[in-house]
Design a binder for this molecule. Structure first.
Ligand code: PLP
Length: 458
């Protein structure tokens, strides 16, 4: 039964009390954190939109599953439940659990990539690209141009530009391209989906050239929702059937269960090729644990197996994205510059448009995230020049076109009234935007610098 409103298909059984802070406390906390919201203490945060990763509220069914943990070193019952869920909902033949998504990316990169290989992708993701590089590969962005324009309303800004892929094939030869990494609802583009039409075309093209498709299926259910809403012929298809169809055009996948699958920790690598699976299950022992637990407790695998089933429920996904769209519409009504169309897992503020008086090297998105926290205790994060890092060959900063502040909405955690408070805070920061100063980086770690870099106010 589908009603007009997106209201949640659950009720609340337990709550977590939050600390309310004063402006003076927040100012101090921010200075101590070097203006990096990753370095704030969670205790000092009122509404935490840092990430949707591992921050979901589990259901009573998942918590009950935690009590059914079979904590055996090998062959845990919960592993077989997870394997069955992956086969049932995603259709992959083989699955190896990992402690989270990047564990799977590490194993995948090591078994697939040789030094000098080229790995195309529909925009980079931080950990994914780093593992490709550590394995000796070079990442190339083949997302359509529309993805780089925050105001372009194209409904599938996650699509792959097959022309760009073809140019790579011509330049390097298909033999140098072991696979293309295809992400669902592309995080760095603002949670923008890929269409099934595009994925089918890509499958045809890659089949001709012997290139594999590996799905970064971290937010596959959210992508399926946009296909259901926007793609011709899918209005009456269930989320579960669209998810399975997406997977069917690919050869394997990495998965961070901390997003769609509604758990606090977990991930997996899924493959259809038996030989590659055997290689991977051998390597996982080195980095994660035996191939039937991969760094997870039995109870974690059980919660993941149940969460996968809940994540493809039509009412769940409609309420989940409904809440994101609710906040996005409020910000659009206030004329705040955000990425449109609104994405699946969060709202992305265009910091270049919000703070046009700052140069990109003054870290506008980082400065804006700090300002929002100081205003209201709402924690957001930077997705711009700091996240993009440096070119490993030249040492220069990457200057990404999109300089964004991400407001990521955890699943099943906050209420509509929380969304209202967030919008009010962004509105008040927008009113004083002319006075916001840029930042200077005073500490820069070598890898994934956005996590630990420190700044001071200019
Ligand atoms: C989170 C994420 C990953 C990495 O997964 P972790 O569980 O954080 O290691 C990979 N790809 C995408 C698109 C993600 O959002």
């Amino acid at each position: 039964m589908i009603h007009h409103s997106w209201a949640e298909p659950f009720k609340i059984k337990m709550v977590e009390l939050l600390k309310m802070t004063t402006p003076a406390q927040r100012k101090k906390a921010l200075q101590n954190a070097g203006y990096n919201t990753f370095l704030l203490k969670s205790e000092d945060v009122y509404i935490d939109l840092l990430t949707d990763s591992g921050t979901s509220a589990m259901s009573d069914q998942q918590w009950a599953g935690m009590m059914l943990g079979d904590e055996a070193y090998a062959g845990s019952k919960n592993f077989y439940n997870l394997e069955a869920a992956v086969k049932k909902y995603y259709g992959y033949k083989y699955v190896i659990p990992t402690h989270q998504g990047r564990g799977a990316e590490n194993i995948l990169s090591q078994i697939m990539i040789k030094k000098g290989d080229v790995i195309p992708g529909n925009m980079y993701f931080t950990t994914t690209r780093l593992h490709q590089e550590l394995a000796g590969g070079v990442f190339y962005d083949v997302i359509i141009d529309e993805a780089h324009d925050s105001s372009n309303l194209f409904p599938f800004k996650g699509n792959v530009d097959i022309g760009k892929l073809e140019r790579l094939v011509k330049k390097f030869g298909a033999k140098k391209i072991p696979y293309i990494c295809v992400a669902t609802t592309v995080n760095m583009a603002g949670g923008q989906p890929i269409s099934l039409g595009n994925l089918k075309d890509l499958r045809n093209y890659t089949n001709k050239h012997g290139i594999k498709i590996i799905l970064d299926m971290t937010r596959v259910a959210e992508n399926a929702f946009f296909i259901q809403q926007r793609e011709e012929g899918y209005k009456r298809k269930s989320i579960a059937s669209i998810v399975k169809e997406i997977c069917s055009y690919t050869d394997g996948a990495t998965f961070s269960a901390k997003k769609d699958a509604l758990v606090n920790i977990g991930g997996f690598l899924a493959l259809n090729d038996k030989n590659k699976y055997e290689e991977a299950s051998n390597l996982v022992v080195v980095y994660e644990g035996l191939h039937t637990y991969g760094g997870l407790a039995g109870r974690d695998m059980e919660a993941m197996a149940i969460g996968i089933g809940e994540s493809v429920n039509d009412n769940h996904i409609r309420a989940r994205i409904g809440q994101v769209l609710y906040l996005g519409k409020k910000l659009n009504d206030l004329k705040i510059p955000i990425v449109n169309p609104i994405g699946g897992h969060g709202i992305f503020i265009d910091a270049k448009k919000f703070l046009p008086h700052l140069k990109q090297i003054q870290f506008p998105a980082q400065a804006l995230a700090a300002e929002i926290y100081e205003d209201s205790g709402v924690r957001t994060m930077e997705r711009g020049i700091v996240s993009a890092g440096r070119n490993s060959k030249t040492g220069d900063h990457y200057y990404p076109e999109l300089e964004l502040v991400r407001l990521t909405i955890p699943r099943r955690v906050y209420t509509q009234a929380h969304m209202d408070v967030i919008a009010e805070s962004i509105e008040s920061v927008y009113a004083k935007r002319d006075k916001i100063k840029g930042l200077e980086m005073i500490y820069e770690p070598a890898y994934l610098r956005f996590f630990q870099a420190k700044f001071k106010k200019l």
